[in-house]
Design a protein around this ligand. Structure first.
Ligand code: FES
Ligand code: FE2
Length: 317
């Protein structure tokens, strides 16, 4: 969502937040709950860099401190306890990054080469678990069926038919890379420009890159908003480098809607039995690998010790 002069409601994991800009334009993130009677601050307005509650007009600065209570007479002070919890946040590469963890915020996860490209930016809410949405973007075998006429792989198979090929996965310090065609040997470096490259970075970022006929790229974050819901925040490169560097798109691209329909349709089955029904084949390795990465990182085993560093998978597609 866009962040301009009005407060914006944002959910990250199970934190409901209001995000707004202070008088200097810096982003601020507070719990979306007025300390007076609990009204959501996100339906209020921003006044001189402070967010004003729309119930009785209490105002909070970027640190969550209450700086104005309209009903107080002159001789009364604002009670110290009238604060709202705040979250550290910073702005970079077209996004506001909010820290919900303990201790010092982690370094900002930069998007490599962001400033040298032109982007379309958008957001889609999805009623499926974040990990399911990550997986589908690393799933080599779905575009032909799921993305009729919206994905290069769908066109290729429709024109040339199915063929046998291989993709390669590599474990990295922050997740994994999948690319095709594979390298010849275990110690060959990852090619700078393979045909297709899919990158997963913990905890929720997937980048999709095609290098031919020219370099296109989409960077997607699947922000969890609950156990069975997430929000896709994406930027994708524009072919023509003209106009604004970042253009907002409010209509969901068909390609994303195709994935979302499948994921939302399947989610209730995962909710019911946790995915016990699932069966997989060798070609699904990339999905299995991303799950193992998430599982190991969540249990504190990072970098992982048991994941194969490199694997080449035979696949028909
Ligand atoms: S509930 Fe927010 S000012 Fe009263
Ligand atoms: Fe897809």
């Amino acid at each position: 969502m866009k962040l301009r002069g009005s407060p914006v409601k944002v959910k990250v994991l199970d934190h409901d937040m209001v995000v707004f800009r202070d008088a200097r334009g810096r982003p601020s993130a507070l719990l979306d709950r007025c300390s007076h009677r609990g009204a959501p601050l996100s339906i209020g307005r921003v006044v001189r860099g402070a967010v004003e509650c729309s119930y009785h007009g209490w105002r909070y600065d970027r640190s969550g401190e209450c700086i104005h209570i309209p009903s107080l007479t002159k001789e009364r002070r604002i009670p110290k306890s009238c604060t709202v919890p705040s979250f550290p946040c910073a702005e970079n590469d077209g996004y506001v990054w909010v820290w919900t963890g303990e201790g010092e915020p982690a370094p900002l996860p930069a998007i490599a080469g962001f400033s040298s490209r032109y982007w379309v930016q958008g957001m889609v809410e999805a009623q499926c678990a974040s990990l399911r949405a990550v997986e589908i973007n690393l799933d080599w075998c779905h575009p032909y069926f799921a993305h009729r006429w919206t994905h290069p792989q769908s066109y290729r198979i429709r024109v040339k038919g199915f063929s046998e090929g291989r993709y390669e996965t590599r474990a990295t310090s922050s997740g994994m890379i999948l690319f095709a065609p594979p390298t010849k040997t275990d110690d060959a470096p990852v090619p700078a420009e393979p045909g297709i490259k899919l990158t997963y970075e913990l905890p929720d970022r997937v980048s999709v890159e095609f290098f031919r006929p020219y370099h296109t790229r989409a960077v997607m974050h699947f922000v969890p908003t609950g156990p069975s819901s997430c929000r896709l925040e994406y930027v994708r490169t524009r072919s023509l480098p003209i106009g604004r560097r970042i253009r907002w798109e409010s209509r969901e691209p068909l390609l994303f809607a195709q994935d979302r329909t499948l994921l939302e349709g399947g989610q209730p089955w995962y909710d019911r039995d946790g995915g016990q029904f699932e069966r997989s084949v060798e070609a699904d390795w990339s999905t299995i690998m991303v799950r193992q990465i998430v599982e190991q990182a969540a249990s504190g085993q990072w970098p992982p010790t048991e994941l194969p560093r490199r694997r080449v998978i035979s696949v028909r597609g």
